[in-house]
Ligand binder design. Structure first.
Ligand SMILES: [Zn+2]
Ligand SMILES: [Zn+2]
Length: 295
């Protein structure tokens, strides 16, 4: 029994890129406890047990281990820093906030000190369905690495850091605006069961808490479990996502101002797919806010 529970913990660590074969006995015991508690919660019928499992396991491990940066593995980094040290965040080119010099329509940042707002040729040829999109930080390789760990590898310990970045720009820009709802990009049920949580929803909770705008997860659902889009070009992505979302039957959207939230915006195909169905349902305005903006 204990052996199988330990294996459960090992799978969890392995998924996060950890080397389970080199763990000390104390850490293995902590994993066993984490495994046991997750099974107990599962037996109690808690639906989202994977998330609870991750959270409890993190808690147990944090008790036994000093907080160390999960990127460089040497410097001290606290939970509220998302276990990423200041030295890693401060490396040249790692982190850039998008506060000036961006396209007023699609939010793509421009190099250099462009103070005024302007529209770009990047989005002119695309049929974007939202009014505008903005992001808090540039999707540098460093940011994309963290976003990928957060999204695909259960690295929920990154959350405090990512929310801090998200809010630093969003709180200034959204101050005094009159959005009715923050709507996270929904995940398909199959994907949600696999992953255990929706990273867009978690970021949406943070944005809602910071801005006071109500979070609404009862408007949209994802009807198409789209495969990865990395091999598709811009237009193919737009086409792929055009019918990926639907409005839930009882949702009343007419006349509402909706702010869609996601982790990374690259072509805008995903958020534009959401905006399309919201507009058809009568949304008055649809904006987009993402943590990071790629090119
Ligand atoms: Zn570090
Ligand atoms: Zn643009």
């Amino acid at each position: 029994m204990l052996d199988s529970l330990e294996k459960g913990g090992f799978v969890f660590l392995a998924k996060q890129g950890g080397d389970v074969t080199r763990l000390e006995p104390l850490k293995r015991s902590a994993l066993a406890i984490g495994g046991w508690t997750s099974v107990a919660w599962q037996k109690l019928g808690v639906m989202n047990f994977k998330e609870i499992y991750c959270g409890m396991l993190e808690g147990v491990l944090a008790f036994f281990y000093p907080p160390v940066c999960q990127i460089c593995g040497t410097n001290r980094a606290m939970p509220e820093q998302g276990y990423v040290c200041l030295a890693c965040v401060s490396k040249p080119g790692a982190l850039r906030f998008i506060e000036t010099g961006y396209c007023s329509r699609c939010g793509i940042p421009y190099d250099g000190a462009v103070e005024r707002r302007f529209a770009c040729s990047n989005c002119a040829g695309l049929n974007l369905e939202f009014d505008w999109a903005r992001s808090s930080v540039v999707a540098t390789p460093f940011v994309l690495d963290l976003a990928r760990r957060y999204k695909y590898h259960g690295a929920t310990w990154l959350q405090p850091l990512l929310k801090t970045w998200l809010l630093r720009v969003a709180l200034v820009e959204l101050d005094g605006t009159d959005w009715d709802w923050i709507v996270p990009v929904p995940m398909h049920n199959v994907r949600l069961r696999e992953r255990g949580y929706n990273q867009a929803e978690r970021l949406g909770v943070g944005l809602s808490f910071g801005t006071g705008i109500t979070l609404n997860t009862k408007l949209l659902r994802r009807v198409k479990a789209t495969p990865t889009q990395t091999t598709l070009n811009r237009r193919e992505r737009m086409h792929n996502m055009a019918d990926a979302f639907a409005v839930l039957p009882k949702a009343v959207i007419r006349g509402k101002r909706v702010l869609i939230v996601d982790d990374v915006l690259t072509t805008g195909a995903t958020t534009s797919g959401c905006a399309k169905v919201l507009r058809r349902a009568g949304a008055l305005s649809v904006g987009v806010w993402t943590l990071a903006r790629g090119k």
